[in-house]
Design a protein around this ligand. Structure first.
Ligand code: E4P
Length: 219
């Protein structure tokens, strides 16, 4: 399973990369705004800086919502770096654009997926990734993990190569459950990824080992 970090914060991307387990990055307009990245040239520079840190794909989301504009914006984004994947919302013009990008060999991430039907539609159009939003479904008392399971079943039934990029992840248990269900990729904040490292029995076990060693060595 691949690990992407869901942020536009360069320090956090570097920190995750230093852990040695990071593959790629996903961003969205809210995450870019949170870092204060506005203006065409700043956005371009920021995507380039992210691509310089990681080895795998970097999802850059279009702001456009009409077919022609999505194509224009997406083509400009992929020209920045071969790692860039055009992140396109699950709307009618978005899916049409995904079909176009797919025919040109341009990678896409269909975002804002909340139903298995939407994932099927995006896969049929040739999306490279679909991004089902787990946490936002959980927030409205709908089980996000069931969606991952359903999409996995559908894609396996028909051999769709579209990868399931589980998004809107809130914590380490989401990541573990996505791994159990066969998601191809998870994208999560740094805290959720780093949370996988932690267990209180590891900490207390290590403290005991080190204390016993010190005692035996007469320290
Ligand atoms: C997905 O690509 C989105 O950027 C992200 O995972 C949304 O997460 P949120 O629901 O925590 O905003």
């Amino acid at each position: 399973m691949k690990f992407f970090i869901d942020t536009a914060n360069l320090e956090q991307i570097k920190e995750a990369q230093d852990l040695g387990i990071l593959d790629g990055v996903t961003t969205n307009p809210s995450l870019m705004a949170k870092e204060g990245i506005t203006g065409e040239q700043n956005v371009i520079n920021h995507y380039k800086a992210i691509c310089d840190i990681v080895d795998d794909n970097v999802s850059a989301e279009v702001i456009s919502t009409t077919y022609d504009e999505i194509i224009k914006e997406g083509e400009a984004l992929v020209a920045l770096n071969p790692k860039i994947v055009v992140k396109v919302p699950m709307i009618k013009d978005g899916v049409k654009a995904i079909k176009y990008f797919s025919s040109k060999g341009i990678k896409t991430n269909c975002t804002l997926i909340f139903s298995a039907g939407q994932a099927l539609f995006a896969a049929k159009a040739g999306a490279t990734y679909v991004s089902p939003f787990l946490g936002r479904l959980d927030d409205i008392s709908s089980d996000g993990l069931v969606l991952i399971e359903d999409i996995r079943t559908i894609f396996d039934n028909y051999g769709y190569e579209t990868q399931i990029l589980a998004a809107s992840i809130r914590g380490p248990l989401h990541i573990v459950n996505c791994a159990k269900l066969g998601a191809d990729v998870i994208t999560a904040p740094l805290a959720a990824i780093a949370g996988l490292l932690k267990h209180p029995l590891t900490d207390s076990g290590l403290a005991t080992f080190l204390a016993d060693h010190a005692k035996a060595a007469g320290k």
